[in-house]
Design a protein around this ligand. Structure first.
Ligand code: SAM
Length: 259
C-alpha cells in the first residue's frame, strides 16, 4: 500500500536540488541534434499547485522554491521551465520532474514514465496528455529493465523513489548495476535523502563501489520541522555530462548562501 504523495512536499528544497540538476542536464543534452530517451521510474503526478491545502499545510515550498528561486539566473533552464509552467497553469503551479522533462524534450525524443499509485497515475496521465508520454502504472524498475537499452539509445533515466519501503535502499544498487550493464551509454540519475539516521549511507557505498566515476552531489538545508529526519538532498549520477561538476558547484553555492 503506497501512502507517500508528493503534493505535500512539492517545491521543497530537495525538489529544487533535483529539478535544477535535471533541467540543466536535459537542456545540455538538447545541444546535440540527435533524439533521446527520457525514462523516469517514479514519476508522481507531474504538476502541483503550491497554493493547495496539502502544500500550504506543510509549508515546504516556502522553505524551498520560494526561498531559493531568485538565486537562479532568469535564463537557467530550471527558471525557464518554472516560467513556462506558470504561464500555462497559473502563478502557484509547480512542475514535477515529468513536466520538466516534457517541456525540455523535442518531437522525436521519447518520454517513458512509470507511476504505481492509481490516483497519482491518473493525474499524471491527465497533466501530461499534450506531450504524449508512454505511461505505465507498474513498478518503475520493472519498466526500466524492460525498456533498457531504449530506442533512441542516447538518453537519461531518473529514479526518484519515495523510499517508503526500506528494502529499496538494498535493491537500488542492484537495479542500477543491471540497467547500466544493458545500457552502458545511459545517464542514470538517482535522488536520495540525507537522513539523520544515516540509512542512505550503505546504499551509496554499494553504488560508489560499482560506479567509481559517478558524480555524487549533496546539498544541506535545515529540517522542515523540528525533529524531521531529512537534512539534505543527494543526487548520484552515472555517466555524468561534461560541465555537470561545475553546475553542481554553482548549486552548492546557492544552497550555502541561503542556508
Ligand atoms: N519524481 C517526482 C518529481 O520530482 O516530481 C516525484 C516522485 S515521488 C518522490 C515518488 C513517486 O513514486 C510517488 O508518486 C509514488 O506513488 C511512486 N511510487 C512508489 N513506489 C513506486 C514503484 N515501485 N514504481 C513506480 N512508482 C512508485
Amino acid at each position: 500500500m503506497l501512502s507517500y504523495q508528493h503534493h505535500y512536499h512539492a517545491g521543497n528544497a530537495a525538489d529544487v536540488h533535483k529539478h535544477a540538476l535535471l533541467a540543466w542536464m536535459l537542456d545540455y543534452l538538447m545541444h546535440k541534434d540527435k533524439p533521446l530517451s527520457y525514462i523516469e521510474t517514479h514519476a508522481g503526478r507531474g504538476l502541483y499547485d503550491l497554493g493547495d491545502a496539502a502544500a500550504t499545510k506543510t509549508g515546504e515550498a516556502a522553505q524551498g522554491i520560494n526561498r531559493l528561486e531568485a538565486a537562479f539566473a532568469p535564463d537557467h533552464p530550471y527558471r525557464l521551465r518554472l516560467d513556462a509552467t506558470r504561464a500555462a497553469h497559473g502563478a502557484t503551479a509547480y512542475p514535477g520532474s515529468p513536466l520538466i522533462a516534457a517541456l525540455s524534450l523535442r518531437a522525436d525524443d521519447c518520454l517513458h514514465l512509470a507511476e504505481l499509485h492509481p490516483g497519482e497515475h491518473a493525474l499524471l496521465a491527465s497533466h501530461l496528455t499534450p506531450y504524449r508520454p508512454r505511461l505505465r502504472q507498474e513498478d518503475g524498475f520493472a519498466m526500466a529493465h524492460t525498456l533498457c537499452p531504449p530506442t533512441p539509445r542516447r538518453g537519461l533515466l531518473l529514479a526518484d523513489p519515495s523510499y517508503e519501503i526500506k528494502t529499496e535502499y538494498d535493491s537500488i544498487p542492484r537495479h542500477f548495476a543491471q540497467i547500466a550493464r544493458k545500457w552502458n551509454v545511459g545517464i542514470l540519475m538517482l535522488w536520495y535523502p540525507i537522513l539523520t539516521s544515516g540509512t542512505h549511507t550503505a546504499m551509496l557505498t554499494h553504488l560508489g563501489a560499482t560506479f567509481p566515476d559517478a558524480l555524487r552531489h549533496e546539498v544541506r538545508f535545515p529540517p522542515v520541522r523540528e525533529g524531521h529526519r531529512m537534512t539534505g538532498s543527494g543526487m548520484f549520477v552515472v555517466n555524468p555530462l561534461y560541465g555537470l561538476r561545475e553546475e553542481a558547484a554553482r548549486l552548492s553555492r546557492i544552497f550555502a548562501a541561503k542556508g
